[in-house]
Every structure is written in structure tokens, then in C-alpha cells.
Design a protein around this ligand. Structure first.
Ligand code: IVH
Length: 703
């Protein structure tokens, strides 16, 4: 008999996870690859649930090859998944010169020092890759994926000549990060070959590089010349140097390609000069770059600056201005999103912008079309946008193209101002604008089919339920299906039962489905029946509750019953409300939105129906935080002399603590510098522990 999950200690959990990974992988292989199942579905599901429950209790033990990440036929058909040991982050963007000086000011203010040096280097327009070397041997290459989990492309990466297989000078563990890209010359060659073969050419070198790296057949990758620049690192057993520049230099000595335009800068003026220099050379480089990346050079300072949720505080990408093109606006369509927002979309005569053919662009909202920004201020000199106008479109990075300007001299006399609909084009319900909101929203809620289908698409999206084989396309099909309808999330989990009950119209006999794909779909749905709390909260698609907020809320309440009970009773000002707001990053707007969703009878019923179908797994406080102050509430008072308040707060939060503004019975620790007044007295009165700055520095692991 298996031991109950709650009774396992850490070592036993690790052994059990290894066993389950092996058993489930064998069962998967028998099922998908050999098509010869060796255990019943119920047994298989029970093992999978056991695995997920152990992972929820010991998140740090989750394996890179965890069965939870391998749904349905994915193992046999796609790439293996790799959980990154150190998250792969993105960068904040700067556009104007003033954004760069603001960044420098922010860094100096955070650190409380007068001058900081930076490296400046080209931002390569390719895709990032993590290369793992153990004892100098390349053992794994993984794409960025969602930053937490990427795809295993080791075999393909081995075909890239810029990537050394052996690095004798490497420390025992070295993860090198950098960009895979394709040169302009190789791109032109490849596209010529594609066309000659009757295949579709790639839109740009970035797409060509991505398509080439993510080939299941590595011989195709080998046939397409890819290159690699090293510019960062992940997990390492030993520092590469004391500075960013020294670390890059170390990469060079190890045999990696590093960008020759990397320079050390000491002032904002230096940074901007390097930016202008790189921008001037851009057309001659022979590969695509889309900006210049600035990084704090001193690694001790990088460490002190740390991270926000998805970006480091110590780096920024200064983007080149977007490419522009003129074309004709053919029509304006209104799309209704998951939260009911009416979004105007420009349908354009196709035009090439920065190597990509654009035929749609966002027009943001009705104010933007009328020539006003979200605060009511005049934009484009007040020129409104009319159907038939010549419009200027631009693309910045991967984002949706936008309309920047219009050419009044080309406007026909017959052109009429655009009238934004006040009724939802999908369900006919009134569409309202709230005070101070530039977005008009359909008030139809769950009766609006557009909102319904968009919510379901969100429900199955990557950070939410992420059900293999159930994407946007299948959701649209099931939503409109008279025999096997899916109108709300709970319906997904009754699909198999309903299909069983309907012998004449089986899913497996329909177009686009067969025995295997229908079985796989039901298995993929079943595999998600037990799911961690954070994913459930995110999946509900509540306005203002994104993935990061959902994680924060889940870690705050840890279980579904606790979360649900709290949200049900919370009202502005009461203790449940105050408790919700004490979660890091949860503000009044988000809290109210959450409460409203649970108050609305129809939404509530949908949420309850869903919860009844699921085993919602508890979520623990962040696994990688094993500090003495994790989970504690801290108050800083008086003057800190060795770090700024901002740094102290960020450091405390990174260690899993909460920082509060005033001392109460809930406070665990007060850090008092010189000049501490009433807060130190409050601490004494309430018997809360009080320490000085030196003791704090030691506690924070900085001494
Ligand atoms: S540093 C923690 N340096 O830009 C920061 N990124 O927008 C790690 N990129 O995902 C990234 N050139 O794919 C860095 N010289 C460079 C880069 C660079 C291109 C990409 C990278 C990253 C993305 C962030």
C-alpha cells in the first residue's frame, strides 16, 4: 500500500516522484507510442493525481521531466519540457532618451549611490536559449518557453557551430544564455531554397531562426545555418567574474561568440552615445538587432537591485524606433473580449512593415479613434480616424501593429466620422463606459456569446488550464456545438460523460477527430482535474487578476476553501478586505473586481460548478525561499544608513517577508534606525521584536 502523501518526508517524496515519473512515462509510451495500454485509465489518473499532490506539497522537488507537464500525446510528438533552474526573464523597454536617464536615476536612487556604470550591447533579434554545461560538457539546451518551463532542443543546438560541445574552462555547472539568430545572407539563401522547393518563405530572419531551431528532425536544423551570441547566464557553480563585462570576457575565453559592440559606459550620455553608434552601424551588421541593452556592470549591485515579477531592476532594453508604413484603412471591426471590452480593429490593405505583412492593427478604443488619449488630451492634433483614410502603421517588437497617424490631405470629402457602437455587436446588450475608463464594455456578462467564448479560450490558455488538444479552435467548435456544447468551464469536465451518453454522435466519428484524438483529449482533460490553486484563480478570467496576481493570491490563502470563504465575505473596510489587501501587489481595484465576480449570481454559479468538478491543490509559499523571515511581517522605521528604504523593502519581499507601514499586533519584527520615533515605542508596547540596521543586514544575508 502506498504511503499517504501527507505522511511523506522530503527524501521519501523525492524517491516517490522519481518512481512515478518512471511508471507514468512507461505507461505513456505504451499508450501513445506503442498503442498498447498497460494500466487502466483510473489507475493512470490516480498515479498522476498522486504525483501532482506530492509536487504541490514539495514544489522544490518537481522534476524537470515531471509527468504533470506531459499531457496526452505530447511526449511522443513534441519536445520534452525543461523547468529552468533560474527563471529566464524579459527586459523592461525604454524608447525615449528620457526613459534611459529615468532608468539610471531609479537605479542610483534604489542603491543610494551617486554613480553607476553599465554595459551597453546590441539587443539581438532572435530567440533566447539556455545551454547547460556539466563538467564542461554540453548536456542540455532549452528554449525560453514561458520563462519557467522551456523546450528541450539539445539535439538541434548541437548542430550549431557557434555552440561549443566542450568547454574545458567552464566551472562544474555553467548555464550560458544567449540568442540564436540567423544572418541576413543565410536568411536570403534559405528563403531562395524554400521557394525553389515550393515551400513558403519565412517572413523574417527571426521567424526563420525560430522555425529552424524548433524542428523535430535535427537534420533540418543542421541544414540551416544558425548562430549564437552569449550574453548572460543562469545557474552557475562559481561566479564568472565580478562584473558583467568580465563575465562576458570569460565567455569569450571559453570559446563562445560575444558581441563585439559591447561597451562600458559611466554616464547616461555614454549610454546614449553607444546607442547612436550601434544604431548607425545597424544596417551594416548583417543580422537583425532591435535595440541596445544596458546592464549594471557591478554584479554585487545587480544582486542588490534584484528583480520585479518578470524583469530585472538592473537592466533595460532601449528599443530602436518602430518601422512605419502607409496604407488604406478598409474597415473598422469591433471585437468583444473576455471582460466585455469593445476593441476596435483596423482592417488594412496589406502592407509590409519591418519585414512582416500587416493587414490588421489595433485602434485601442473610441477615444483613440476620435483623437484623444485615455486622459482626454488631444492626440494627432485632434485628427480623428475615418474608414477610407490613409493611415500610418507601425510595429514595435512582437506587439500588435498600431495606427500612428493619418493623412488628412488624402481624405475623401464623403468620409464620415466613425460612430462607435453603444450596443454590443455580439449580443445586443448596452455597452457602457465607466467614469474615467476609455473602454466601452458590453454589459451582457455571461449571456454574451463573445464573452463566453473568450473566457473559455482564456480558461484553456497556457498559464491557466492549458489542456493539450483543447485550444482556441476547439473551444470555438465546442461552444457552437449543439450535441456536445461547452458553454462554461465546468462543461469541459463533463465532456467525456456526455459523449458516452450519446451513442449516435460520438466525438471520435466527427470531422477532425478519430478514436485516438478523442481519447487523448478526454485524457488530457482528466489530467487537469487536479490542478493547483493559482492556475484556477487565473483561469477564472476576472478583470485585473493576471497570472502574477493569481499566484500572489493563491500563496496568500493557500487553499481553495480559504480563498473562496474570504472573497465571499470581504467588503471594503472589513477584516477580510484588509487581509486581502495585505497580499503583496493586491490593491483596492483588484480586490473589488474579485469580490464583484463572486457576488454576481451567474458567475458564482459557474465558479461553483467548476470547483465541484476539480481537485484544487493547495499552493505553498514560494519554494525557493528558505529564509528566516519568510512569511513574517516587517516594519522599517527611522533612517537606514546602509541601504535605501526601497532596497530594504525589495530585499525583504524577495526573502518572502511582507513589509507594512505601521506596527500592530500582527507585526513580527521592527527594524529601527536612528531617529525612530513612535513606531519603535509601539513595538515595545506590543512586545514586538526590535532590531537595528546591522542586525537586519545580517538577517538579510548581506553582511
Ligand atoms: S539580457 C535578465 N542581452 O531580449 C535579462 N537579452 O526582451 C536577460 N536579448 O529574452 C536578457 N539580446 O531573448 C539580454 N544582449 C542581450 C540581448 C537580450 C537579445 C533578448 C532575450 C530576452 C529578450 C528580453
Amino acid at each position: 500500500m502506498d504511503k499517504a502523501v501527507e505522511e511523506l518526508d522530503q527524501a521519501q517524496a523525492q524517491v516517490e516522484l522519481a518512481r512515478l515519473a518512471q511508471v507514468l512515462a512507461a505507461a505513456n509510451a505504451a499508450y501513445h507510442t506503442l498503442d498498447a495500454p498497460e494500466m487502466s485509465d483510473a489507475e493512470y489518473d490516480a498515479l498522476k493525481r498522486r504525483n501532482a499532490a506530492i509536487e504541490a506539497l514539495f514544489p522544490a522537488l518537481k522534476r524537470a521531466d515531471s509527468p504533470s507537464d506531459q499531457v496526452g500525446g505530447a511526449v511522443a510528438s513534441g519536445f520534452g519540457k525543461v523547468a529552468h533552474r533560474v527563471r529566464m526573464l524579459s527586459l523592461e523597454n525604454a524608447f525615449a532618451d528620457s526613459d534611459v536617464s529615468d532608468f539610471d536615476e531609479r537605479v542610483k536612487k534604489f542603491l543610494g549611490i551617486a554613480q553607476v556604470s553599465y554595459t551597453a550591447e546590441p539587443k539581438i533579434d532572435g530567440l533566447s536559449l539556455n545551454l547547460r554545461y556539466e563538467n564542461g560538457i554540453l548536456v542540455q539546451a532549452a528554449t525560453r518557453g514561458d520563462g519557467e518551463v522551456g523546450e528541450d532542443v539539445t539535439i538541434n543546438a548541437r548542430t550549431i557551430s557557434d555552440i561549443p560541445q566542450n568547454v574545458p574552462a567552464a566551472p562544474a555547472l555553467l548555464e550560458v544564455r544567449g540568442e540564436v539568430y540567423m544572418s541576413h545572407a543565410d536568411f536570403a539563401d534559405l528563403n531562395a531554397r524554400q521557394v525553389a522547393r515550393g515551400d513558403k518563405p519565412f517572413a523574417n530572419p527571426r521567424n526563420a531562426a525560430a522555425g529552424s531551431l524548433r524542428q523535430l528532425d535535427a537534420s533540418i536544423t543542421a541544414d540551416r545555418p544558425l548562430r549564437f551570441f552569449a550574453y548572460a547566464w543562469g545557474a552557475i557553480s562559481q561566479p564568472l567574474g565580478a562584473t558583467q563585462l568580465a563575465s562576458i570576457e570569460a565567455f569569450k575565453h571559453m570559446g563562445f561568440q560575444v558581441n563585439p559592440l559591447t561597451a562600458l559606459c559611466h554616464t547616461t550620455a555614454d549610454l546614449l552615445a553607444q546607442y547612436r553608434k550601434i544604431e548607425a552601424l545597424r544596417a551594416t551588421l548583417g543580422y537583425d538587432i532591435d535595440g541596445v541593452v544596458y546592464k549594471v556592470n557591478d554584479l554585487t549591485l545587480q544582486e542588490r537591485l534584484g528583480f520585479r515579477s518578470t524583469t530585472p531592476r538592473w537592466a533595460i532594453a532601449h528599443k530602436f524606433p518602430a518601422e512605419l508604413a502607409w496604407t488604406r484603412l478598409l474597415a473598422i471591426d469591433i471585437q468583444v473580449g473576455r471582460t466585455g471590452a469593445l476593441s476596435p480593429v483596423a482592417r488594412l490593405a496589406p502592407v509590409t512593415v519591418g519585414g512582416v505583412v500587416v493587414s490588421n492593427a489595433t485602434l485601442h478604443n473610441e477615444d483613440y479613434i476620435a483623437g484623444r488619449d485615455s486622459k482626454g488630451a488631444v492626440i494627432r492634433d485632434g485628427k480623428d480616424i475615418r474608414i477610407g483614410d490613409w493611415v500610418q502603421v507601425y510595429r514595435a517588437g512582437d506587439v500588435i501593429p498600431k495606427v500612428a497617424d493619418i493623412d488628412l490631405s488624402q481624405r475623401s470629402d464623403a468620409a464620415q466620422p466613425y460612430e462607435f457602437p453603444t450596443l454590443c455587436p455580439e449580443c445586443g446588450s448596452p455597452a457602457h463606459r465607466e467614469d474615467g475608463d476609455s473602454v466601452r464594455r458590453c454589459t451582457g456578462g455571461l449571456i454574451c456569446p463573445a464573452q463566453g467564448v473568450e473566457r473559455l479560450k482564456h480558461f484553456v490558455s497556457r498559464g491557466a488550464f492549458d489542456i493539450e488538444g483543447l485550444g482556441a479552435k476547439q473551444i470555438e467548435m465546442f461552444f457552437a456545438d449543439p450535441d456536445l456544447p461547452v458553454k462554461q468551464p465546468a462543461d469541459i469536465f463533463t465532456l467525456a460523460l456526455r459523449d458516452d451518453a450519446n451513442p449516435f454522435k460520438k466525438l471520435k466519428n466527427r470531422d477532425g477527430f478519430g478514436e485516438k484524438s478523442a481519447t487523448n483529449l478526454f485524457a488530457a482533460i482528466e489530467a487537469r482535474r487536479s490542478i493547483p490553486l493559482d492556475r484556477v484563480i487565473f483561469s477564472l478570467g476576472i478583470r485585473h487578476v493576471g497570472e502574477v496576481a493569481a499566484g500572489v493570491i493563491a500563496r496568500h490563502y493557500t487553499t481553495w476553501p480559504a480563498f473562496e470563504a474570504a472573497v465571499r465575505v470581504a467588503e471594503p473596510g472589513n477584516p477580510a478586505w484588509e487581509d486581502l489587501l495585505s497580499a503583496d501587489g493586491v490593491g483596492a481595484v483588484l480586490a473589488q473586481s474579485l469580490i464583484d465576480a463572486f457576488k454576481n449570481p451567474a458567475e458564482r454559479a459557474a465558479i461553483e460548478a467548476l470547483a465541484a468538478q476539480l481537485t484544487i491543490l493547495p499552493v505553498q509559499a514560494r519554494a525557493n525561499i528558505a529564509s528566516d523571515i519568510a512569511g513574517k511581517t516587517l516594519v522599517f522605521t527611522g533612517t537606514l544608513e546602509k541601504m535605501t528604504r526601497a532596497e530594504a523593502k525589495a530585499r525583504a519581499e524577495a526573502l518572502g517577508a511582507k513589509v507594512a507601514g505601521s506596527v500592530s499586533a500582527k507585526t513580527d519584527l521592527v527594524i529601527a534606525g536612528p531617529g525612530a520615533g513612535s513606531k519603535a515605542k509601539d513595538a515595545e508596547r506590543l512586545g514586538v521584536a526590535l532590531i537595528d540596521e546591522d542586525a537586519w543586514i545580517a538577517l538579510a544575508g548581506l553582511s
